[in-house]
Design a protein around this ligand. Sequence first.
Ligand code: PGA
Length: 242
Amino acid sequence: MRLYKAKNYEDMSRKAANIISAQVIMKPDCVLGLATGSTPIGTYKQLIEWYNKGDLDFSEVTTVNLDEYKGMPRENSQSYYYFMHTNLFDHVNLQKGRSFLPDGTEPDSEKACSDYNAVIHQVGGIDLQLLGIGRNGHIGFNEPADHFSLETHCVDLTPSTIDANKRFFEKEEDVPRQAYTMGIKTIMQAKRVLLVASGEDKAQALYDSFYGPVTPAVPASILQYHRNVYVVADEAALSKMP
Ligand code: PGA
């Protein structure tokens, strides 16, 4: 694991965007695995800024996202489809039809998951996977469990994740209870992984993931076995690191 210490959220965002830019510049037709959540928003903003300056070109890039709420219409402002369009896709020159997310509108979980696995295989795997981390150590929606997941699957969100995500909804009851998520095996098969973390509420999860035992009870801990992991975190998120 290579750790990049950032002073604050802005610095974390710029450092993470630098790593993504380097990937796009070195391999213009790369496959980027992307993430939603509050943490990567600043990273996407920075990428848009560099794109507008003419320093970045996404015309050959393909993107695959980690997850999507099950049963969420795309046009709903809480869907990850909507999030990605608003925070990145609508502002850069990604080609239409080259950005993929699990289909949250597909009620048949088995179909939604196998279709998404087919997409990931078809694009040839992921060159760089961006990840946030949950307060419980989840990556994507791979929640703490007694085993590591393989490919895309449907998950029941844990109370901790529902609690963390309720801030985006009017009431807690509105938070979807299930999601489709890329599995741990797929994440581990990405050539490079970039994990971003900001704020004190991520400090314990970050410590447990990189200094605790590798266990499905802390899904991100599996990253200790990945050869090319870059962690970009701010001082607050690093406050429990040795
Ligand atoms: P956050 O979510 O960036 O909104 O904190 C991260 C995650 O749960 O993966």
